[in-house]
Design a protein around this ligand. Structure first.
Ligand code: TYD
Length: 137
C-alpha cells in the first residue's frame, strides 16, 4: 500500500503545563485555509466507523482530540492509512480523496474543520461515482 503524498499531517502547537494541555491553530497559518465550518463526531461504538465519501471542493482538517481513529485515504490510485491519536496531530484531507474514519475507541472525539459551508452537492458518496468523477478530471 502506497502512502506517498496522500498523508498530509498538520502538527499544531501544544502547550502542556500542570493544568493540562492547550492546542491552538490559526487559519492561513498552521491551518492552510480559512475555516468556514466546524463539526465534531463522538459517541461512536468501539470499532465503529464514519465517512466513506469524498468532497468535490471542500478541504478538511481532521483532529482526534480524544481517543483514537484509523483514517483511511484513497485518491483512486493510491491508498494510505494513518492513526490519529494525539490531540495536536491532524490530517489535511484535500478534495477528491475518498476517506473514512475507522476503528473508533469508545471515547473518540474527532474534530473536523472545513473550508466550505455544508453543501450536500459537494459530496461524492458512491465509490463508483467518485472514480468516474476523478477520470473526468
Ligand atoms: P454525514 O455526512 O452522513 O456523516 P459522515 O461524515 O459520517 O458521512 O452527516 C450526518 C448528518 O449531518 C447528515 O444529515 C448531514 C448533516 N450534516 C450537516 O448538516 N452539516 C455538516 O456540516 C455535516 C458534516 C453534516
Amino acid at each position: 500500500m502506497k502512502s506517498g503524498a496522500l498523508i498530509k499531517k498538520i502538527i499544531l502547537p501544544i502547550k502542556r503545563d500542570d493544568r493540562g494541555f492547550l492546542v491552538y491553530g490559526e487559519a492561513n497559518n498552521q491551518l492552510p485555509f480559512e475555516i468556514k465550518r466546524v463539526f465534531y463526531i463522538g459517541d461512536v461504538e468501539s470499532g465503529g466507523n464514519r465517512g466513506h465519501h469524498a468532497h468535490k471542493e471542500n478541504i478538511l482538517a481532521l483532529f482526534c482530540i480524544q481517543g483514537k481513529s484509523l483514517i483511511k485515504l484513497d485518491n483512486g490510485t493510491d491508498k494510505a492509512e494513518v492513526w490519529l491519536d494525539s490531540p495536536n496531530e491532524g490530517l489535511l484531507i484535500n478534495p477528491l480523496i475518498w476517506h473514512s474514519m475507522e476503528e473508533f475507541s469508545k471515547d473518540t472525539i474527532l474534530l473536523c474543520l472545513a473550508s466550505l459551508p455544508y453543501n450536500e452537492s459537494d459530496y461524492l458518496r458512491d465509490y463508483e461515482d467518485f472514480k468516474i468523477h476523478i477520470k473526468k478530471g
